[in-house]
Write a protein that binds this ligand. Structure first.
Ligand SMILES: [Zn+2]
Length: 127
């Protein structure tokens, strides 16, 4: 696999899921740098946030995709999320839907959905 310079994560701001997600992206997708876009429960915000929330995500995605040429974006939901307290199954459904929305904004990049546990496990939900 050729090395990717930049990949992108849209992750929760929760400190418990930063390192595991970054490391998984670097190892699984052979990435050098992981651009991090964070908020509290971003999967929920992409689905039903305000216009300003969406603008903020798009502004940062533009930098990562158009300027850093990231070709892979991962949307992350996680266990024990305070910003989006939905149970695991619902959390995963929301993350997959959020990934579809991001995909519609940026059709030329690969968008995947991930679920992170507090023990550091990362599950890929969609391709
Ligand atoms: Zn969270």
């Amino acid at each position: 696999m050729t090395q990717k310079e930049f990949v992108t994560v849209i992750n929760c701001m929760d400190g418990r899921v930063q390192e595991s997600v970054q490391q998984w992206m670097q190892e699984t997708h052979n990435a050098k740098y992981v651009d991090s876009i964070t908020d509290a429960g971003p999967n929920k915000l992409i689905l039903d946030g305000t216009e300003d929330d969406i603008k903020r995500f798009k502004k940062m995605l533009d930098v990562s995709i158009l300027i850093h040429h990231s070709s892979l974006v991962a949307v992350v939901g996680h266990e024990g999320c305070a910003g989006n307290p939905a149970p695991e199954r619902e959390q995963c459904t929301m993350t997959e839907k959020a990934a579809e929305i991001i995909q519609s904004w940026y059709p030329d990049v690969q968008v995947i959905a991930l679920y992170a546990t507090l023990e550091g496990q990362i599950k890929q939900l969609s391709e």
